[in-house]
Each structure stands twice: as C-alpha cells, then as structure tokens.
Write a protein of this length. Structure first.
Length: 299
C-alpha cells in the first residue's frame, strides 16, 4: 500500500488490449506493460477510463491485475498497482474496493459517483464508506463525465478523510488544484493532460496521464524539472508533446492511444468494445505524420 507522501510523479493509466473477437488479449498486455515498466513511473492504473472500465468485467480486472503483478515481479520493479473501483453505486464500489484489497492493490481510484448527480452530502458519504475498507483511496474528480462538480468544501472534506491519500483532478481548470495545494490538503494529481505543466506549476505532485502511455520519459522529465524549480525548462519539454496530446483527445480516449500502440506493435489490435469505436482515417493520417515529426526531433 502507498501513502500520501508516495503519491507523486507520473502514473500511467493502462489500456485494455482486446482481440478482434472482443476477448482480452493478455499476450499484448504483457508485452505492453513490460515496456511501460522500463520507465521510472510511479504507478500503473488498471480499470480506469483509459482502460475502458465501463465495458471490462471484474473477472477481467482480476486477470489484468495478476498479470501486472507477475510482470513487475519478474522485472523486479516495485511500481504501485492501483485499481479503479469506483461506480455510481456505493455498495458496488465498496465491494469492488474490498476485492481490490484482496488482490493486493496498493491503492484504489474512486471516481465521484456519476449519472445520478448526488448531493454534495451524498458524495461525501460515498467516499466515507469506501475509506472504511482500509485500502488507500485516490478520489477522482471529472465533472465532464460525472455530471456533478465538487464544491471546494466537499473536495477538502474528502481529502481530509483518513485513508484518502490524494485526488486526481480532471476538473478542466486550475481552481481546484490551486486551492487544495494552498491549503496543503494533500497530494493532487493532474488528470487533464493539457494542464499537466500548469498544474505542476500550481503545486500538483504529479499526474495520472493517458498521454504518458507514449513518450513516457518526456512526461517524467517535465515533472522532474518543475520539482527542481526549472519551470520554464519544464514547459519547453512539455511543449514537445502538446500537439500529440491535442490529437490523442481529438476523438474519444482511449481510441487514439490504442491506434498508436497498435501502430507501434506494442499491442496486436486497436480493437475497442462498443460503444467505443476505432478512430477515423483522417485522424490516423494526422497522428502518423505527427509521430514521424516527434521521432525526428527525438533523434
């Protein structure tokens, strides 16, 4: 398990590779995670948005978790494994958190309950019940997907709960990270990839970044430079991947990332489960040209 002081740096939310038949592709997953484990990342997130959590069965989460733990053991890497357990039902979220704890998860990622649009009091109680399980909790604020936005009071109340080690901030702005870090409320991780450098500059301790599946070392470099006070150097480094980030979110995540990973041969197929679909041909062409430019600049 991990504590607040260990929640920093770049954490990568993994994709879930599928065969063209729609079944889990564990061979691709192993090859892909082995590659990620070569980088100095500070966490792997299983069953997040990037992992297509809404269409992944819990027995598949178990398989992915065990495969990840085995890969890290063989690679002799002590990268924290974090499992997404949040749903819009408190009972199910608690049960999944208990199951994640039994699997040996180092922490769980719990999204603000979506669709139901609960009251702020209901959201607070939801997280309070989850923390009673005893596994470290990272709260996940993403109003664009949940349909409800945390007030500053609610966010701070959640952060102060025993067992909550931090928050993934995908609130599409700087207000939340600025205020939480001003009040020293705990570890805040950027979840909006385009805001990564800006949120680090406002005190975020790191990021859970879908884009960091690609050119992972650049995202690590940005974090390290900002932490050393070399903010403008960090911005120049971050600017190298900003055009890529824009393209990766031009169509719904994780379809563009899966296409790139398949194009690079790290996963066998860019297949997604409906209602998610593959990216358009125009975006494929644009990404291909952009990647050639980044590779040229790297060399």
């Amino acid at each position: 398990m991990i504590g607040r002081d260990e929640l920093h740096g770049v954490l990568v939310p993994v994709v879930t590779p599928f065969l063209p038949s729609g079944e889990l592709d564990l061979a691709s997953y192993t090859r892909y995670v082995e590659k990620l484990a070569e980088h100095h990342i500070n966490g792997l997130i299983i069953n997040g948005t990037t992992g297509e959590a809404p269409t992944v069965r819990w027995d598949e989460v178990v398989q992915l978790t065990r495969a990840t733990q085995q890969i890290l053991k063989e690679k002799q890497r002590s990268i924290p494994v974090i499992i997404g357990t949040g749903t819009n039902d408190t009972l199910t979220t608690v049960q999944r958190t208990e199951q994640a704890a039994a699997l040996g998860a180092d922490a769980v990622l719990v999204v603000v309950p979506y669709y139901s649009k609960p009251s702020q009091e209901g959201i607070i109680e939801h997280f309070r019940r989850v923390t009673e399980v005893g596994v470290p909790v990272i709260a996940y604020e993403i109003p664009a997907r949940t349909g409800v936005r945390l007030t500053m009071h609610t966010a701070k109340t959640i952060m102060e709960m025993e067992g909550v080690i931090g928050m993934k901030d995908s609130s599409d702005g700087l207000d939340l990270v600025t205020e939480l870090t001003r009040q020293d409320a705990g570890a805040v991780l950027c979840g909006d990839d385009l805001y990564y450098h800006a949120k680090l500059s406002q005190g975020a301790s790191g990021g859970i970044l879908a884009s960091a599946n690609l050119y992972t070392d650049i995202f690590i470099e940005v974090h390290d430079l900002v932490q050393k006070g070399r903010v403008m150097e960090g911005k120049r480094s971050f600017d190298r991947v900003v055009p890529l980030i824009r393209k990766l979110f031009q169509e719904p995540n994780p379809a563009p990332i899966k296409w790139v990973l398949a194009n690079q041969g790290l996963i066998a197929s860019d297949h997604l489960r409906l209602p998610m679909t593959r990216i358009s041909q125009p975006l494929q062409n644009e990404l291909a040209q952009l990647l050639i430019g980044i590779e040229a600049a790297q060399n």
